[in-house]
Design a protein around this ligand. Structure first.
Ligand SMILES: Nc1ncnc2c1ncn2[C@@H]1O[C@H](COP(=O)(O)OP(=O)(O)OP(=O)(O)O)[C@@H](O)[C@H]1O
Length: 457
């Protein structure tokens, strides 16, 4: 390098790097430290000559330098927690002329700790203030999740997240469908959180969990002395509690017909009548409902009211099961691994490829909730930094090996074919022609298979 005709000498470069404002570390292609400047070694409190030659993971907490030499991808402005402080880290791979990674250099911002301490305490106090606001927001509104909490980069999840952004600001009712554990509640929270009602309450009612005779008082409330055993002073119903905000009616397909009539009346009139009240009360709520029940079939069987269906089905929203979007598995699994490791303080950093392979073959009947539970149990049983097959809970391994061991190849293939067909029909809201198109088979062959496997969706 030339500066006004003078070459920059090795000594000059050494002095500049050694006294740089940032901490600098250089590793070879295997992640072993070949250079560390004084700022960095002072910060991590390791003698410079002791650090050199060691694997970077032995010297620097939470480092990712060894991963950057593997991936060849630079990581800029990443927050890294080292020695009780958040540092801003850059990690840049070094390539030779043939384009092969031969090492990486990393920098952390702030040379001396007192300077950083000032900044760090500022960041920490900001973070704790944000945390407090979030907690306050959650306790006042009942909103626990936002769109950022929905993990997944499959086409369908990305498009559902875009749909949330589009529909959230309007006041229309949304009906979220999908199997148990697919994230229906998460999406409901996100819609509310992005709506104009976000500062008002989000109230959830699980229509399946509340006995029928209590659901009316739960939804509409009651007046003082409305019935024996009623609370003194009466009780507000969920409609009133959600006034100005959103009422999330979970498992709406499990609501009895008489309650459906009362609910429809409340939605149409925009008012509720608490039990024992002489006058109705005006309420302004947005309805988000969720179910995994086949409402259309239930309408045919007169178990669900068609008028209520049209009232809540303004915007349909279908979340596919996890087995229909397996491309999301690695990112979801790693997300839960990080979350659970952080919560439990157990250092399990990655998931072995064999485990990910088993995951990709599992049918996940409990969807994402089941995945989270499996990872939670596996982290608990893990001994090293990698989550291995032997750490998976027995029930999960057993269900898997039983399926593989007892069934013949033909049975396994047929079972898979049946599941794929059911998935395609559900995905297309029961439209068999569309399902056949998507599966790349003729309509008659689809009907044949429906008959063969006795599919009822
Ligand atoms: N895309 C996702 N990203 C991260 N976590 C998710 C995702 N989807 C679901 N979860 C997690 O899975 C669990 C189940 O989600 P949720 O309760 O929203 O499902 P659900 O469809 O409403 O289930 P149910 O019908 O049984 O009430 C929750 O812990 C939630 O945080």
């Amino acid at each position: 390098m030339k500066v006004r005709g003078t070459r920059l000498t090795d000594e000059m470069i050494d002095t500049i790097i050694a006294n740089a404002f940032e901490g600098i570390v250089v590793v070879d292609e295997k992640g072993y430290i070949v250079y560390m400047n004084e700022s960095y070694s002072n910060f991590v409190e390791v003698e410079n000559d002791v650090a050199i030659g060691k694997h970077v993971t032995e010297v620097i907490e939470n480092t990712r330098m060894h991963l950057v030499v593997q991936s060849g991808k630079e990581e800029l402005a990443d927050l890294q927690y080292i020695r009780g402080n958040y540092m801003i880290a850059n990690r840049i791979p070094i390539f030779n002329k043939q384009g092969k990674v031969i090492g990486a250099f990393g920098t952390i911002l702030f040379r001396d700790t007192s300077e950083w301490d000032k900044m760090n305490s500022h960041v920490k106090s900001m973070m704790s203030r944000i945390q407090n606001y979030l907690q306050e927001y959650e306790s006042q509104t009942g909103v626990k999740y936002s769109l950022e909490d929905i993990i997944g980069d499959s086409e369908v999840i990305v498009s559902l997240k875009n749909k949330v952004k589009q529909i959230a600001p309007s006041d229309v009712s949304v009906l979220i469908r999908g199997e148990s554990g697919t994230g229906k509640e998460l999406f409901a929270h996100s819609i509310h959180q992005l709506s104009n009602r976000s500062s008002m309450p989000f109230i959830k009612v699980n229509c399946a969990a509340i006995p029928e005779h209590l659901l009316e008082s739960e939804l509409f409330g009651y007046e003082d002395g409305a019935f024996t055993g009623a609370k003194k002073g009466g009780k507000k119903g969920k409609f009133q509690l959600a006034d100005g905000g959103t009422l999330f009616l979970d498992e709406i397909g499990d609501m009895s017909l008489p309650m459906q009539i009362k609910l429809l009346r409340a939605l149409q009139e925009g008012e509720v009548e608490p039990i024992g009240a002489s006058r109705p009360i005006k309420v302004d709520v947005r309805i988000i409902a969720a179910t995994n029940r086949p409402l259309e079939k239930m309408i045919e069987e007169k178990r669900f009211r068609e008028d209520l269906y049209y009232r809540i089905h303004v915007i349909p929203f279908y979340i596919p099961s996890l087995r229909d979007r397996k491309e999301d598995l690695p990112i979801l699994a790693n997300h839960f691994l990080r979350k659970i490791s952080k919560r439990t303080g157990k250092r399990v950093r990655n998931i072995s490829p064999e485990v990910l392979q088993i995951f990709s073959k599992s049918p996940w009947p409990g969807n994402i909730r089941e995945l989270e539970n499996v990872i939670q149990a596996a982290v608990h049983f893990s001994v090293g930094e990698t989550l291995l097959i032997q750490s998976l809970p027995d029930y999960f391994k057993d269900s898997f090996t039983i399926n593989l061991g007892v069934k013949t190849l033909k049975e396994t293939l047929e079972e898979t074919e049946k599941q794929v067909i059911i998935g395609a029909i559900e995905k297309n809201d029961g439209d068999k022609l569309l399902a056949a198109k998507q599966l790349g088979i003729s309509k008659s062959s689809l009907y044949e298979k429906i008959k063969k496997y006795k599919i009822t969706v």
